[in-house]
Design a protein around this ligand. Sequence first.
Ligand code: COA
Length: 394
Amino acid sequence: MRRKGIKDQVAVIGMGCTRFAEHWDKSVEDLLVEAAYEAFADAGVEPTDIEACWLGTFTSGLAGLTLSGPLKTQYLPVTRVENMCATGSEAFRNACYAVAAGAYDMVLAIGVEKLKDSGYSGLAVTGPDSDGTAPDITAPAAFSFLAPAYFNKYGLDSEQGKEVLARIAWKNHRNGSLNPKAQFRSEVPIESILKSPTVAAPLGIMDCSGVADGAAAAIIVRAEDAHKFRKDPMYVKALTIAAGPGDGRLRQDFDFTSIRENVWAAKDAYQQAGITEPRKQISMAEVHDCFTPTELVIYEDLGFSERGQAWRDVLNGVFDLEGELPVNPDGGLKSFGHPIGASGLRMLYEMWLQFQGKAGKRQLDNPKIGLTHNLGGFPWQCVSFISIVGKEIG
Ligand code: COA
């Protein structure tokens, strides 16, 4: 694999993000307008400066009309994209490529989802029954398999294993308690996490991300133009998405302790950005903690921990806000919930705030390189997105 990528060719000059919550009183249109106008104000540009838009949504609208109506974009091209839970990241990726290609000077990437009104839950299985050859399974159940597989392979008994998972949930809720835009803004004691009602054994409610509504947006220009708008843009170093062949459940060597698409995506993104020692070179990461064991496996798939060592790193606080490599400083999906089309851009929004020193009580000490990871599908069959972004060119 050798892809050139678009390192340092495009930059973000403004971002916006609604609070992620149960927005019973707001429509999809309201959320889109709120996120977009926050981004316009942040960048100091007018809506009419935008030349094209990419909209990510999984189920909250069809076609570009979902955005062109509320934003009154007046006949601009608006492309609606969908790539399961990586939908918001996919909107960003495509928008960046259009600017890098020279087709546009300034574009908008925006993602939205309004799940609460839809009745969506991780426990509902939608669609007709399959022919019996594909598992008919919920998301919590699919990701629950990672936990016993990891515990068995690396010699943790179930009690130790649950403690490791609870430590991940505790960290993310702690970070979320410092974030005014998170859905859940309370710290949760480890004992409560361990006692939370079972959803898909061994996972309890506190091992699951929540269900929320929200939107997030980014304005992208060519890197060479970014300083015309602000002194502190965010540069894109790498963008990648690995769509797997979907054969995990048929392979003898697929053992539920690693997600192959993550490994492929990480290798590609690191090559594009010139990262050789991820744990040292990356200052912070937002990863797809749809369930606590997913975050555990991601640490190893992305090279943040050696194989079989992530559980020790978790207990040693390596990924805490004060740790060597803070992961999910904004509170992650655990605290924000997962409005599917918005999550990928919400992760980039945290990178943006952190680089600018605007992350309030969860501000990290001068982060230089950030990574976002956004996964869609099941462990044996998924798409895995990674972006690497930086504060400086080079
Ligand atoms: N984490 C923390 N608290 C949660 C929570 C979660 N994941 N889910 C619900 N809660 C809280 C609610 O805020 C509420 O608190 P309150 O009583 O103080 O207001 C309480 O638990 C009950 O909420 P409710 O909405 O009735 O929960 P639920 O039982 O309908 O949903 C889950 C719980 C776990 C089923 C739901 O959060 C879920 O489906 N999560 C997974 C989503 C998913 O699969 N996404 C795809 C990822 S790939």
